[in-house]
Design a protein around this ligand. Structure first.
Ligand SMILES: [Fe+2]
Length: 368
């Protein structure tokens, strides 16, 4: 008999390195949007909808490991698992499909220069949203929480840390910030870049302000562009947490919540922000707020030395005018629901019901 497997249970299997065959039975067009890294594509969707096994009737799959079938919502994948079960496989279907996978996550540890400091990169793998926990001497801070508060509380507890501060790099438009919730649950201080957008209480961080946990001090650097309040956090000698200002091979789109002139002004600001970032120590690790594609369970940090990232951008920054034209001509399609997400993030509330309904879909926050 085929049985469901929850996104959390599958996450645990993959994080533990358990061998499993992931069979994505969706249409090719759905898979292009996003998929689970390492999954096999067998386009059986139309056949299954009509009650036929299609390519699953004789698909050659490893027999010694469980198979998990995957569709968009966890309905058609159930029929797929039944067919594989009848063929003798240990077959499961992903409960809730790719929609529930939206909240799946994994971690990678960033090697730290100071052994008293530990940085954990927390990756919301489906959407590519990345948050961080920086811990030292029993206390920690969290940057850009995009997962339920319990995830960060659990990771902090495992490391013997009390979360003292929760920070965002900017007002997010692509996902619902969980920072306010986390700060409440952890009884921590909520620190946000100085701005007049959000309508709830927070402690503002201005350019040059510092926040310390244990032996780790982060300095706020104003890096406007992606949004006016976008801020990078510098952990001296170690890393820059760049949010959506700078990715490893792109920059954050400047157009959301801005008209044509506003977007142009933001790109001009971004040009100067990047110049300031690239003037920092080239050995600093860039720790971005997003990955450009779904992140595998490989434990490898999404990170690169600032000097190497700067080299990729060298010809982008030849002139301000050229940079502006380059960025404005490459802006990807506007993501769905971003106005609603921004409105909720400015109010500091999560929607009633399932938040992933609003956050569904590919991540389109980068220009590269
Ligand atoms: Fe953003």
């Amino acid at each position: 008999m085929s049985t469901p497997i929850s996104a959390d249970a599958l996450r645990d299997w993959l994080e533990a390195g358990k061998p499993v065959t992931l069979v994505d039975i969706r249409r090719a067009a759905d898979r292009v949007q996003w998929s689970i890294p390492g999954s096999i594509h067998i386009d059986a969707y139309s056949d299954l909808k009509q009650g036929r096994p299609g390519a699953l009737a004789d698909a050659v799959l490893p027999t010694a490991v469980p198979v998990v079938t995957i569709c968009n919502m966890g309905v058609i994948s159930q029929s797929a698992a039944q067919i594989l079960d009848a063929r003798g496989f240990e077959a499961h279907f992903l409960e809730g499909g790719m929609k529930s996978w939206s909240l799946a996550w994994n971690t990678a540890v960033i090697p730290a220069m100071d052994e008293r400091v530990r940085i954990i990169q927390v990756r919301r793998i489906g959407k590519g949203c990345i948050s961080y926990i920086v811990g030292s001497l029993g206390e920690a801070l969290v940057i850009d929480a995009s997962l339920p508060a319990g995830v960060y509380l659990k990771l902090a507890a495992e490391n013997g840390w009390r979360i003292r501060y929760v920070l965002d790099t900017h007002v997010h438009a692509d996902h619902l910030s969980r920072s306010r919730n986390l700060a409440t649950d952890a009884e921590a201080t909520l620190l946000l870049p100085l701005q007049e957008r959000v309508r709830f209480a927070f402690t503002p961080l201005a350019h040059g302000d510092a926040v310390t946990v244990g032996t780790a001090t982060l300095n706020a650097l104003a890096t406007p562009g992606h949004t006016p309040e976008s801020t990078t956090y510098l952990l001296k000698g170690q890393a820059v947490f760049t949010g959506d200002t700078l990715f490893l091979s792109g920059v954050g789109r400047p157009d959301l919540h801005a008209d044509g002139d506003g977007a142009r002004q933001r790109v001009q600001l971004l040009y100067h922000s990047l110049q300031r970032l690239f003037a920092l120590d080239p050995d600093l690790l860039v720790l971005p707020g997003h990955a450009s594609k779904p992140i595998p369970f490989d434990g490898l940090p999404v990170a690169a030395a600032l000097g190497g990232v700067a080299e990729c951008f060298a010809d982008w920054l030849d002139s301000e005018e050229g940079f502006v034209e380059r960025i404005l001509s490459r802006i990807p399609p506007t993501p769905p629901n971003y106005l609603h997400i921004v409105a909720l993030n400015e109010q500091g509330v999560l929607p009633e019901g399932d938040p992933t309904d609003l956050e569904a879909g590919a991540n389109r926050c980068a220009v590269s």
